[in-house]
Design a protein around this ligand. Structure first.
Ligand SMILES: O=C(CO)COP(=O)(O)O
Length: 251
């Protein structure tokens, strides 16, 4: 049996306002009150809702996370949020380096690494995202692109307790085109091998590597059963209680 506890994480992205966001979070928390799936459950609402959601699900066992944080603790960074402020609102995780942020905000590996380090310093678990584009996959660069993003984005002091890796092939995000089990396992195994080099076998063996990209109730079981897939980072399907819960029940 894997020593790694599966993590099912919902990335709501820029979706939800007070009423529907609260209903979604409370819906998941209520499910959790009735049954304990064989995984940790996390929702990452937009920053606007993080505080409200964290208050609403307090004590339920449902974890709450941010979708991004700044590398600095405070200062003149209009529109940004610090990891410490997210922790203060009740977050225990934060996603960094999502491909949408790498693209929309030109975030480099160095920026992602600094953000992950800030997250850890604030006591949060950093979920560090990496993944290749379709053009890179078609050019046979998948393993090298992921290796290089991982090495460049991995925070100093990373441990299995403070860092989670998320492999999200860009071509699978929001497209309905999910990676095949063979494609996912190949990259996850390569990530694990790189983690062994960077952190040693023990930490690498204990670190969770999530798959993200069109994970749905009908494909989750097969992906989550792969030896190096330790959970999911779920976009679209995390916006419906029934779908998110069905994925959690596939663990
Ligand atoms: O980007 C994702 C999660 O971070 C995946 O999104 P989808 O599940 O909508 O493809």
């Amino acid at each position: 049996m894997s020593q790694r506890r599966t993590l099912i994480a919902g990335n709501w992205k820029m979706n939800g306002q007070k009423a529907d966001g609260l209903a979604l979070a409370k819906g998941v928390a209520e499910k959790l009150a009735g049954a304990k799936p064989n995984c940790d459950l996390l929702v990452c609402p937009p920053t606007t809702l993080v505080g409200l959601v964290a208050e609403a699900v307090k004590g339920s066992g449902l974890h709450v996370g941010g979708q991004d944080c700044h590398a600095k603790v405070s200062g003149a960074h209009t529109g940004d949020s610090s990891a410490a402020a997210l922790a203060d609102l009740g977050c225990t995780y934060v996603i960094v380096g999502h491909s949408e942020r790498r693209t929309d905000h030109a975030e480099s590996d160095a920026v992602v690494k600094a953000k992950a380090e800030a997250a850890i310093a604030a006591g949060l678990v950093a979920i560090v995202c990496i993944g290749e584009t379709l053009a890179q996959r078609d050019a046979g660069q998948t393993i090298e692109v992921n290796r290089s993003q991982l090495v460049g984005s991995l925070p100093a002091g990373a441990t299995a307790a403070n860092t989670v890796i998320a492999y999200e092939p860009v071509w699978a995000i929001g497209t309905g085109r999910v990676a095949t089990p063979a494609q996912a396992q190949e990259v996850h195994a390569a990530i694990r091998a790189e983690l062994v080099k960077a952190l040693g076998a023990e930490a690498a063996g204990a670190m969770r590597i999530l798959y993200g990209g069109s994970m749905k109730p009908d494909n989750a079981k097969e992906l989550l059963a792969l030896p190096d897939v330790d959970g999911g980072l779920i976009g679209g399907a995390s916006l419906k209680v029934a779908d998110f819960w069905a994925i959690a029940e596939s663990c």
